[in-house]
Design a protein around this ligand. Structure first.
Ligand code: ASP
Length: 412
């Protein structure tokens, strides 16, 4: 069943890569006439971006709502559920902080671009209190109409929790939300199919205006993201697996190697799930724990995606000559943590969610064009981090549960 879609996904990645190469060639050839590229090629890229913006609101609303609704199962599994959620949230917040730190360290070598007609409306004047108040919607439709991401997240959380609290009578609503999430995911998949055209049309004018410098800067932002991924893997997970999981990190990574390689080549957490289950159980995690923790992780725990969002936000801000304030960075930590929950475990989903993070701090969504051409390269690394984070959680929760059982047995 999985052989066919995998082939299709890979070919889309190939198409995007070809689009990137073509954009570089055509862009360089048009260096003398960049206004023509901006006038006649860029509008098609704008259409692609508009579609991305169009789909991001329903995706966030519905996927976070269905994520919260799955809490009903978490209540059923009690102790395992809460430990899992806390670990997922903490490691994701840690990941986005690493992303922002690495991004800030690399900022000095990121370029400031000639961004043709792109405009940036600074929204740095709002105070922290204003930002806080602004997160809560005062109107049911306004968050969606204005594409206010933080308000949409609050709305999704409130509605999702309300459904969980109302309880059993809500089965129909939960099923409908899951179905609608599937529909929007499909829609996102269709829009992503246009990425090669989008990438070509958005990147050509930027290269025509900036010349070859931009190509080198892509290598720099990619390097920054991979350094972030490695820190999360080698430092964060090694520490958590050793201290809370009671396992030697070398044993952990050895056991995970083939699964990590599969994640790297498939760029899909969901596609890697069966392999991850097997590997994590072989490493000693309980079956009961893995069968809850890993599917949930493949849906909501995306540490690699969070790192990518941090690095790319800083990169895009510096390309547009924007200095991010501390309160904007805090907003990025919050939104990216939630955005990674809303990211589907399929190739390219993180890029759509990056649009949401950029919107939340008023950065130009057009900036996605800069990194979209090599998104697959980012995606392969972030998926490895995503699934390793899930597996580390299963090891830790299994260990904690075993200890709890032992304590219980000792008492009785
Ligand atoms: N491809 C990633 C995953 O499956 C999600 C993303 O695009 O960040 O985990």
């Amino acid at each position: 069943m999985s052989a066919n879609p995998k082939k299709k996904k890979l070919s889309l990645a190939g198409q995007i890569f070809i689009a990137l190469i073509l954009a570089i060639i055509v862009g360089l050839c048009m260096m003398g006439c960049s206004d023509i590229a901006a006038k006649y090629i860029k509008p098609f890229g704008t259409i692609f971006l508009n579609l991305v913006k169009f789909i991001v609101c329903p995706i966030v609303l519905f996927s976070i709502m269905s994520g919260v609704m799955s809490m009903r199962d978490i209540r059923k599994v009690g102790a395992i559920g809460w430990k899992t959620i806390v670990y997922y949230l903490l490691t994701t917040a840690c990941a986005i902080t690493i992303g922002l730190l690495v991004g800030n360290i690399f900022k000095g070598i990121f370029p400031v671009l000639e961004t043709t007609d792109l405009v940036y409306e600074a929204n740095t004047s709002a105070s922290f209190m204003d930002t806080l108040v602004g997160i809560f919607p005062s109107n049911f439709l306004a968050p969606i109409v204005n594409a206010n991401m933080l308000q949409i997240i609050v709305m999704a959380l409130l509605l999702g929790f309300s459904v969980v609290l109302v309880g059993e009578k809500m089965e129909g609503v939960i099923a409908a939300t899951t179905r609608l999430t599937d529909v929007f995911m499909k829609c996102m998949e269709l829009i992503l199919k246009l990425s090669p055209i989008g990438v070509f049309c958005l990147l050509t004018p930027v290269i025509a205006a900036n010349g070859p410098a931009i190509v080198g800067s892509l290598a720099k932002v990619l390097l920054a993201a991979y350094i972030g991924y490695l820190i999360q893997l080698i430092v964060v997970y090694s520490i958590t697996v050793r201290t809370m999981g009671g396992m030697n990190p070398v044993t952990f990574f050895k056991g995970m190697l083939s699964t990590m390689i599969f994640a790297f080549s498939s760029a899909s957490s969901v596609g890697t799930l069966p392999l991850n289950m097997e590997a994590t159980q072989k490493l000693g995690a309980d079956k009961e724990v893995t069968s809850f923790v890993l599917p949930l992780g493949a849906t909501i725990n995306m540490d690699g995606t969070a790192i990518y969002m941090g690095v790319c936000s800083i990169f895009i801000a510096s390309c547009f000559g924007i200095e991010l304030t501390i309160s904007q960075m805090i907003t990025i930590v919050l939104t990216a943590t939630l955005a990674s929950i809303g990211t589907a475990g399929v190739p390219g989903a993180g890029m759509i969610m990056l649009a949401m993070v950029l919107q939340s701090v008023g950065l130009p969504v057009e900036g996605i064009a800069l990194v979209a051409g090599i998104d697959r390269l980012f995606d392969m690394g972030r998926t490895v981090v995503n699934i390793t984070g899930d597996s580390s959680c299963a090891i830790i929760v299994s260990n904690a549960e075993r200890k709890r059982e032992a304590r219980k047995a000792a008492k009785s």
